[in-house]
Ligand binder design. Structure first.
Ligand code: CDP
Ligand code: CDP
Length: 222
């Protein structure tokens, strides 16, 4: 079983993907964390974020793993736990630049497909339904209004101890969405078979219930 979840920043994708995976007993794969880890390593190694060739080579040599895939998941980059480091404002502001490189995406998509080969997965990102798991059993597109997504991201950053300027967070999310939607490869979009859910007025429990209903109904028809 493959469940693909795509959508813009702060829509609640990772939260719901984790809950769904736990509920169904599947493995959760956070592809955004993989692009974030690569960006973290590129910055650490002083790699110019416009240097496609260097980023391609970095993507190929970097090992990204998830420990405890169905519980309190940690992101490990070349043996180092980067779970918290990859959520910083600097990574938020830089990751879409790295993710826009076609060469980088080729490597990352192959790694993600490999991870989904032998297990039932819930995978979230931007291009999952179109590129990574084109034959997924369910393709959800999870969204919410920009102010609501910004509100969620601000609360999240504040709870991690970051001092944030709300207007800047909203601008950063908007800029990242624009880059993610307009790039030439792996762009974020709804697909003809996407199940679109606006979560602006839904809490996570309500959303989980809705998605489980959809999965249950379709399973019944099949
Ligand atoms: O959590 P949030 O939605 O803010 O971001 P994320 O899912 O962690 O993804 C961070 C960035 O990685 C996105 O803004 C995209 O630029 C990139 N990404 C991507 O290009 N393709 C994916 N499948 C997942 C993430
Ligand atoms: O992965 P994505 O960027 O789409 O969103 P997320 O990281 O799952 O959620 C961003 C923040 O919004 C988290 O702190 C969630 O707890 C919160 N959230 C919420 O308040 N209400 C929802 N319905 C979904 C997420």
């Amino acid at each position: 079983m493959q469940i693909a979840i795509d959508g813009p920043a702060g829509a609640g994708k990772s939260t719901i993907a984790r809950m769904l995976a736990r509920e169904l007993g599947y493995v959760y794969i956070d592809t955004g964390a993989m692009y974030r880890a690569l960006t973290w390593k590129a910055i650490k190694n002083n790699i110019e974020l416009n240097n496609s060739q260097a980023l391609y080579e970095l993507a190929r040599e970097t090992k990204i793993q998830f420990t405890n895939p169905s519980g309190d998941q940690r992101v490990i980059c070349d043996g180092e736990d980067v779970t918290e480091a990859i959520r910083s404002p600097l990574i938020n502001a830089s990751v879409s630049l790295v993710a826009a490189k076609a060469e980088v995406r080729k490597v990352m998509v192959a790694k993600q497909q490999q991870m989904a080969k032998f297990e039932s997965v819930v995978m979230d990102g931007r291009d999952i339904g179109e590129q990574v798991l084109p034959d997924a059993d369910y393709k959800f597109f999870i969204t919410a209004s920009l102010p609501e997504r910004a509100r969620r991201r601000i609360a999240e950053l504040q709870s991690q101890g970051y001092e944030v300027k709300p207007a800047e967070v909203e601008k950063e999310i908007q800029a990242r969405d624009q880059m993610d939607c307009e790039r030439s490869v792996g762009a974020l979009k709804t697909l003809p078979d996407s199940i679109v859910i606006d979560t602006s007025l839904l809490n996570t429990e309500q959303l989980l219930g809705k998605m489980l209903d959809i999965i249950g109904e379709k399973k019944h028809v099949l």
